[in-house]
Design a binder for this molecule. Structure first.
Ligand code: ZN
Length: 67
């Protein structure tokens, strides 16, 4: 197996990694409820995708005092 002849300096590795950047997550407005949602995913607010309800959204229950 081929091996590198010399050690890469820390600067060289860091210079290469300056192009590693985190992309911002893209969000689009839901056509049903106008809330921001992830593209190509069912809306988390209304559960709609492609003009129809595909996910049932459970209404948040009141916090139970069990502790
Ligand atoms: Zn929605």
């Amino acid at each position: 197996m081929a091996l590198p002849k010399r050690k890469h300096s820390a600067q060289r590795g860091r210079k290469r990694r300056t192009h590693w950047k985190v992309k911002t997550t893209s969000l689009i407005a839901c056509p049903q409820c106008k809330q921001l949602k992830l593209p190509h995913k069912a809306c988390l607010v209304c559960g709609y995708y492609d003009g129809r309800q595909v996910v049932e959204i459970k209404i948040k229950e009141k916090k139970k005092k069990t502790h």
